[in-house]
Design a protein. Structure first.
Length: 343
């Protein structure tokens, strides 16, 4: 049995209706759609076929049907229409992103807040992965005797620092000289390649300091990736407003999963390799998210992917709206980071 145009139209109408109402959809509701001009009995037969094909499910307590994960996948891949953002939604996003934010973590925090405010779902944002950034500056800052601070600044304005030991015969002026040499030689080098590059270039004027440079390389490698708590989260309790999470135990399990952030970190880290991802219900590898849909987008500078952000909502989420919001945010965030770099 194949999905002809009529079955596809009825399935789309059921999904659209269920996204708006969260109530099982009956044949009578669909028969009222002017586009069909079909009797309730005919629509019931079509719905029975759709259920047999695995696109609809029937809750025990209702005569209506609800879409399955398989139906949502077909909807997203073939039937979904993107929804234009309203002026108010654009204003909300711009209000969060218009402030001059000097730290990447602040940018990510505002990104998550804007996403949750506009979609009314749970939002998450991962700061740029240091490994995919390119070096802008290395500075060795003398501290108390025998210690120095290694400050790494990348093209995304992303900063990491670490304290290292300094041999007694290296004075502050030599730290400045080494900082200048490293910055000049390795400017625009990817951070996941910089340790190898420094090791390969330990010659000439910095050869005699190779042991010290090895400690600099080690400090960089330890700071290569952010910890999972760096995931910015906003609107975790938004999910409690949806009937799917009326059950208190289910709600507590969801909140525990997102507040821990470790699963979100792994999820966003994987998503950073793709421009957009949509995982629906049982497609999610983590058991806690089997009743959710997760949509992510990757932001970048030029052609270089930096990190990702996304939305977690019920499987009946408004996919067309969410995709439009993420596309707008993706452009806004990429432009902001690019402008900060140009400045």
């Amino acid at each position: 049995m194949e999905l002809d145009a009529r079955k596809l139209g009825i399935l789309k109408a059921i999904i659209d209706e269920y996204i708006m109402s969260a109530s099982p959809v009956g044949s009578r509701a669909i028969s009222k759609h002017e586009q069909f001009n079909l009797s309730s009995a005919t629509i019931r037969n079509e719905m029975a076929d759709l259920e047999e094909l695995g696109y609809l499910e029937q809750p025990h307590t209702s005569a209506g049907r609800v879409p399955s994960d398989k139906a949502y996948r077909l909807y997203v891949d073939q039937m979904m229409q993107k929804a234009a953002l309203t002026d108010d939604e654009i204003r909300i996003i711009r209000a969060h992103m218009s402030a001059k934010l000097d730290e990447v973590e602040s940018v990510m925090k505002h990104t998550a807040q804007a996403l949750s405010a506009v979609t009314n779902y749970t939002a998450m944002a991962l700061p740029p992965m240091l490994a995919s950034n390119r070096l802008r500056h290395i500075q060795l800052v003398p501290l108390r005797e025998g210690r120095a601070l290694v400050v790494i600044v990348t093209t995304a304005g992303f900063a990491r620092d670490a304290i290292i030991r300094v041999p007694e015969d290296i004075r502050s002026d030599e730290l400045e000289r080494i900082s200048h040499i490293l910055t000049q030689r390795f400017y625009d080098c990817r951070m996941d390649q910089i340790s190898e590059c420094i090791a390969r270039e330990m010659s000439g004027e910095i050869y005699e300091r190779r042991a010290f440079l090895c400690s600099v390389v080690e400090a960089i490698e330890k700071k290569m990736e952010p910890d999972s708590p760096n995931v910015q989260l906003s609107g975790a309790t938004n999910m409690l407003h949806y009937p799917e999470y009326a059950d208190m135990n289910k709600a507590k399990s969801f909140l525990a999963a997102v507040e821990g952030r470790s699963m979100l970190y792994e999820m966003l880290k994987r998503a950073s390799k793709l421009e957009f991802t949509i995982t629906i219900g049982n497609e999610n590898p983590d058991e806690m998210f089997k009743d959710c849909s997760i949509v992510t987008a990757t932001y970048q500078i030029g052609e270089e992917p930096l990190g990702s952000f996304g939305i977690i909502g019920p499987t009946r989420m408004n996919y067309g709206k969410v995709i439009s919001v993420l596309e707008y945010m993706r452009r806004s965030l990429s432009e902001m980071l690019t402008n900060d770099l140009d400045e």
